[in-house]
Write a protein that binds this ligand. Structure first.
Ligand code: CDP
Ligand code: MG
Length: 696
């Protein structure tokens, strides 16, 4: 079948790509194809090699756009307490400025180190690796990273890349962040909830440290804010008119193309566009922006399958996925050059928009969508929604095609659709559930969260709502102060609902089960559903299904996985995503350590009395519940909203008295996912404060 996506200004003689049915045997070839693409192996360098590499690195650093401004940057950093740095993605802000700070003696193991925050863990890990390489040091010594469930920093570390969430957690144990001399808040334009909280917190810490300067050896704190878009003025205003430094970037012209017609299926449109580019356009790698792991994995499989149909004389095509949950060894492939006679196609979330620069990209395909966290304070449900991106995101994506030479950006939407996009993405603090943020502010000593110094103040309703939720969870007491439970909850690197459930598992004697289920919920999915084998996958899943729903079904999967000792063949036969389950087991190890720290027995098990597991889940998820109505529909307890059970759930089509669910997704209907059966009598026991309030 010939399919084509028509872009404006397209050469009418361009070759259309013919899709033939793929056969499963193709898989074998695909794997052979993949093996050639090894991750770089670390080997010991001899002295001559070491010198050569060092010179190469020095030369590389000198040709970056930021280098010409090095002196000016150092001078400004020396004389100012707070500096805003604005510069095109790829100019060298994140990798170079921390090194400049160390080179200029503005931070050191004696006076305090540099912390560089990133909204995403993949970026933190990748950047630390890169800077360790540039400084010719072992990762974890001079340069390290700290992300949730993984820490490679050591007492020698002077440049530490960490997620914004981890820095917030460090404030809990080091309230003036005294181990740091400089805090770099990177990717500020993204305005994630946590970065926004850090703006207010580090501003306050800087003020206190200045006042207490000299007492107990306290030194002033330097703040550097880095951004890739033109919003520097706003940051400057918030930080008492801090000086702005503009780093000139290097960007080649990029042709932008829109589709002539709106595309009904963006995945299909992306697939067709990839092959159109591949068979018609000269050399250069392709970067495709997609909304999430599912879409990326699906398309990776398709591209690798269809690429076996390319003519033997044609260049090969190799798909490389990039998303947050990808194990580091796989991530590396994105950055390695493609093998001989092969075009690389990187399928990424918006992580490649500004935080990470991938070399060799000449073509960008932008599906125009991203997954954004959203929250509706009225019905009290948070959701991850597929959303059109903003104009500024679209331009950032476009820019990725012009890093090394002139490029082309293919937008999988029409020019009219582009005109209708918002100018900028609304800051997360304005659209998501603030319970986690408020808990973390409270735990860091901010008593009045309504009066906190926000750069963009969230609505009063959403703050009050967050306080109510924390109160219902028992994290704050009648006077609005953090309770003992609340303090423990803030210690866990989890959302308050999950940390509550985990801590309560001690009471219900089911920590083993709860830790296992939460770990599995932390990854996208442990089920693997290839598009060409949907039926077999559904059939294979049946043996794990638990009559009480998805939570216990996950537990069944894990029990079987343990029985076969994680056998890969078993995973394949049973359509279990081996990679995701492995990541979940790493998360589990970390959670076990956290539990041990607060004297919980991570092995306590309720055995076959699995009702306890669900009752325990209710202590956190009591707001995510719905009751069966006489007409067979379910109505949510919190917002009297009609909800439908997602077809992918073990509870789909079932009628039970009540359900609890992990999330509500708005697509065409209000679907609930991660669903289990509950009894309505359990509700007041699980959350007495909440249900007393609801009734009164
Ligand atoms: O922060 P900014 O976007 O300004 O740039 P950066 O992340 O410091 O990256 C500067 C340059 O370093 C990029 O253009 C890449 O050429 C290179 N780099 C790399 O080769 N490998 C990495 N893992 C990260 C950066
Ligand atoms: Mg950067």
């Amino acid at each position: 079948m010939k399919r084509v996506v028509n872009f404006q200004e397209q050469d009418p003689s361009a070759e259309e790509w013919e899709f033939k049915d793929t056969k499963t045997e193709n898989k074998k070839r695909k794997n052979g194809h993949r093996e050639k693409f090894n991750a770089t192996t670390t080997k010991r360098l001899d002295h001559a090699e070491f010198i050569k590499k060092k010179e190469e690195m020095a030369a590389f650093r000198k040709q970056l756009p930021i280098y010409s401004g090095r002196e000016a940057i150092i001078n400004t950093l020396q004389t100012s307490d707070t500096v805003i740095v604005m510069g095109e993605t790829g100019s060298g802000k994140t990798t170079q400025i921390p090194q400049y700070l160390i080179e200029a003696g503005l931070a050191s193991s004696e006076i305090g180190s540099v912390a560089v925050t990133q909204p995403r863990r993949v970026a933190a890990v990748n950047l630390a690796k890169r800077v360790a390489e540039e400084t010719m040091t072992r990762l974890g010594s001079k340069v390290g990273y700290t992300v949730r469930f993984d820490d490679t920093s050591s007492p020698q570390t002077v440049i530490k890349y960490l997620t914004d969430g981890m820095l917030l957690r460090e404030i809990l144990s080091d309230e003036l962040l005294l181990r740091y001399k400089v805090i770099v808040l990177d990717e500020a334009h993204e305005r994630t909830l946590r970065t926004d909280m850090l703006f207010g917190m580090v501003k306050k810490i800087q003020k206190i440290r200045l006042e207490r300067q000299g007492q107990d050896g306290i030194l002033p704190l330097k703040i550097v804010i880095m951004s890739a878009t033109l919003d520097a003025e706003k940051f400057s205003e918030f930080f008492n008119n801090a000086k702005i430094l503009y780093v000139s970037g290097r960007l080649y012209p990029v042709d932008t193309m829109f589709t002539v017609e709106p595309q009904a299926d963006y995945l299909d449109a992306a697939l067709v566009s990839i092959f159109q580019i591949h068979v018609n356009n000269p050399k250069g790698d392709i970067l495709v922006f997609l909304p999430g792991q599912d879409a990326i994995e699906g398309l990776t499989t398709l591209v690798n399958e269809y690429s076996t149909q390319l003519r033997p004389t044609q260049q090969k095509l190799l798909a490389c996925p990039l998303f947050a949950a990808l194990p580091p060894s796989q991530q590396q492939k994105v950055f390695d050059p493609a093998p001989e006679n092969t075009r690389k196609v990187v399928l990424s979330t918006n992580i490649a928009e500004t935080s990470i620069t991938i070399p060799g990209i000449k073509y960008v395909i932008d599906c125009g969508l991203a997954k954004l966290r959203g929250f509706n304070p009225k019905i009290g449900v948070e959701s991850l929604l597929l959303h059109p991106i903003s104009k500024s995101s679209a331009w950032q994506r476009t820019g990725r095609a012009g890093r090394e030479a002139a490029g082309v950006c293919y937008r999988l939407y029409t020019e009219d659709a582009f005109r209708e996009l918002e100018d900028d993405t609304v800051p997360e603090i304005r659209r998501c559930n603030l319970a986690a943020a408020v808990l973390s502010l409270k735990a860091s000593g901010v008593e009045n969260v309504l009066e906190f110094d926000y750069m963009d103040r969230p609505s009063r309703a959403s703050l009050v709502r967050a306080l109510e939720e924390l109160y219902a969870l028992g994290a704050i007491d009648d006077h609005g102060n953090l309770s003992e439970l609340g303090k423990q909850m803030a210690e866990f690197p989890l959302d308050p609902t999950y940390s509550k459930v985990l801590i309560q598992s001690k009471e219900y004697g089911c920590s083993l089960e709860i830790i296992a289920i939460i770990s599995l919920l932390s990854v996208d999915s442990v089920f693997f559903t290839p598009s060409d084998k949907r039926e077999q996958a559904t059939e294979a899943r049946k043996k794990f299904l638990h009559p009480d729903g998805d939570h216990l079904t996950l537990l069944n999967v894990l029990k079987s996985y343990w029985e076969v000792k994680g056998d890969i063949e078993w995973c394949k036969e049973n359509f279990i995503n081996n990679r995701n389950i492995k990541i979940a087991m790493e998360v589990r190890d970390q959670l076990i350590r956290f539990c041990e720290r607060i004297d919980m027995d991570p092995k306590s098990s309720c055995g076959s009395d699995t009702d306890n597991v669900l009752k325990c889940f209710l202590t956190g998820f009591f707001q995510n519940t719905a009751l069966l109505q006489p007409d067979g529909s379910y109505k949510s307890v919190a917002g009297s909203q009609n909800v439908k059970i997602h077809p992918g759930s073990a509870m789909f089509g079932k009628r039970v008295e009540g359900i609890l669910y992990n999330e509500l997704v708005f697509t065409t209907k209000h679907y609930v996912r991660g669903v289990s059966a509950i009894q309505s009598a359990w509700l007041p026991l699980a959350a007495p404060k909440y249900f007393n309030n609801v009734r009164s």
